[in-house]
Design a protein around this ligand. Structure first.
Ligand SMILES: Cc1cc2nc3c(=O)[nH]c(=O)nc-3n(C[C@H](O)[C@H](O)[C@H](O)COP(=O)(O)OP(=O)(O)OC[C@H]3O[C@@H](n4cnc5c(N)ncnc54)[C@H](O)[C@@H]3O)c2cc1C
Length: 444
């Protein structure tokens, strides 16, 4: 083992020196708590990381919007107030990117690595963790590409069905951005009930144009690893563009089947239908049924906005298909990010079911703060559900999901005031978030 520090009383082990892990470590050492940090790279690689640095941004160098009236901007504001290390270094190495916060990824990762690798309170172990330590507090922050050996041991501990390995996600749409003059309620085959789905009808011309655009749209180039994974796991869960390739009518006989519908506007059966299913109890989010896709993100927005009723849709999450390990947090985690079955163990980062760089660091921040509180003899805290941080954690630890997929910061996860829509709703959510955050901050 490569260790940079001789152990004295180490009460916390952090596994994974990515965005969540490094943030958690920082929160501990700034309060003088020694930490053991285990990171496997470069000895064992993930397939996506390309350096031996901590906190590597694996893809884009943008960490999302910096505007205070955007969900990601609001999360950043809360993180800065909580003393986030991720935010401090990101602003230090900021590069011009309009309203987004983009960073010089090399300088960003080098600074974090240099500081943490040489810190006297950190015992660094450059090894793959294959199981969780049996004593002390543990923060597991090994990310979406957690090594297979650790996943296997987590599976044994948590149960086989509590971990997902490959994510096939359809886009999510903000409910108040769906045009209800066009989308009508109803169930396929005219099943009884008041109509659980919203249905976007297409005539023949619209359908043919849509299929053409879908086939011509640019796709994300999957790595070989993901191509193999897709073959193995997604036979029953084909991306829409692949279904469309097998024949012009395939979608009409598959996820866009119009059987059992009458469009109230025309009094006739539509040629094809895109169904939207309520995604959260608040009914603020709808997912596009059967629309898992591998199109590039701007292409998804362009092509799916051709669907009648979705012309002005706000896509709060776009579809994706990639290797993504995450635990079933609604069943397994408390809102303090501790395992219900063993509160000694915290999960943070993408592995706990958030999506995105900033969101991953944000959960590392809360896990770090809570580990400090436990060591100091205090109760761990829950971020209020009206704040962006609390809303996100409430979403991932809330047991009401039928089909849990990782979530990013967005306004759709909040209820908002009865009847409030669009910008009014957003402003009201932001005001509430700031008020609740101030109260939370004062009690820390
Ligand atoms: C291919 C890909 C592209 C992405 N692109 C974006 C993007 O552009 N924008 C965005 O916002 N989000 C993106 N994400 C999602 C997510 O935000 C990032 O993956 C983010 O880095 C997650 O942070 P994390 O701290 O949870 O994990 P990571 O940053 O991946 O950190 C986990 C660390 O744990 C280490 N590790 C894993 N297993 C072990 C083990 N057994 N023992 C010791 N160490 C271990 C890894 O080497 C890694 O350093 C992407 C994800 C993937 C997979």
């Amino acid at each position: 083992m490569t260790s940079s520090r001789k152990n004295k009383e180490i009460a916390v082990t952090v596994i994974g020196a990515g965005l969540a892990g490094t943030e958690a470590v920082f929160q501990l050492i700034r309060r003088q708590i020694p930490v053991r940090l285990i990171e496997m790279r470069p000895k064992v690689n993930t397939g996506a990381h390309t350096t031996d640095q901590f906190a590597e941004l694996v893809c884009s160098n943008s960490v999302g919007s910096n505007l205070p009236d955007r969900a990601s901007g609001l999360l950043k504001e809360e993180m800065r107030l909580l003393g986030s290390y991720f935010m401090e270094v990101a602003y230090k190495y900021r590069v011009p990117a309009g309203n987004a916060l983009a960073v010089d990824r090399g300088a960003f990762a080098r600074e974090i690595t240099r500081y943490l690798r040489t810190h006297s309170l950190i015992e660094f172990i450059n090894e793959e963790a294959v199981e969780l330590p049996e004593d002390g507090l543990v923060i597991v922050a090994t990310g979406p590409l957690t090594s297979p050996a650790l996943l296997e041991s987590l599976q044994k501990r948590l149960g086989k069905k509590k971990l997902e390995f490959f994510d096939a996600v359809a886009p999510l749409v903000a409910a108040d951005s769906i045009d209800r003059e066009i989308a009508f309620k109803g169930n396929r085959y005219g099943e009884p009930g008041k109509g659980d789905y919203l249905n976007c009808p297409m005539n023949k011309e619209q359908y043919l144009e849509f299929v053409k655009a879908l086939l011509e749209a640019e796709r994300i180039d999957l790595s070989d690893l993901e191509k193999n994974a897709r073959k193995q796991f997604f036979n029953a869960c084909q991306p829409v563009e692949i279904i469309a390739e097998s024949g012009v009518d395939s979608l009409r006989f598959g996820p866009m089947k119009p059987v059992g519908f009458t469009d109230p506007k025309t009094g006739k059966r539509p040629y094809a239908v895109v169904q939207l299913r309520q995604d959260n109890l608040l009914a603020s989010l709808y997912n596009m049924v059967g629309f898992q896709t591998n199109l590039k993100h701007p292409e998804q927005k362009r092509v799916f906005s051709m669907i009648p009723g979705l012309e002005k849709a706000e896509f709060v999450r776009l579809g994706q298909m990639h290797r993504n390990s995450y635990i079933n947090s609604p069943e397994l985690l408390t809102p303090t990010l501790q395992l219900r079955s063993d509160p000694r163990i915290f999960f943070a980062g993408q592995l706990c079911g958030v999506e995105g760089y900033t969101e991953s660091a944000a959960t590392g921040l809360l896990a770090g703060i809570n580990a400090v509180r436990i060591i100091s003899g205090k109760e761990p805290v829950v971020a209020p559900p009206g704040t962006m941080l609390g809303g996100l954690i409430n979403y991932i630890t809330f047991a009401g999901h039928k089909d849990f997929h990782p979530m990013n910061a967005n306004f759709g996860i909040f209820s908002g005031e009865e009847g409030a829509k669009g910008d009014v709703r957003k402003e009201q959510i932001i005001r509430q978030a700031r008020r609740q955050f101030r109260e939370f901050f004062d009690q820390l």
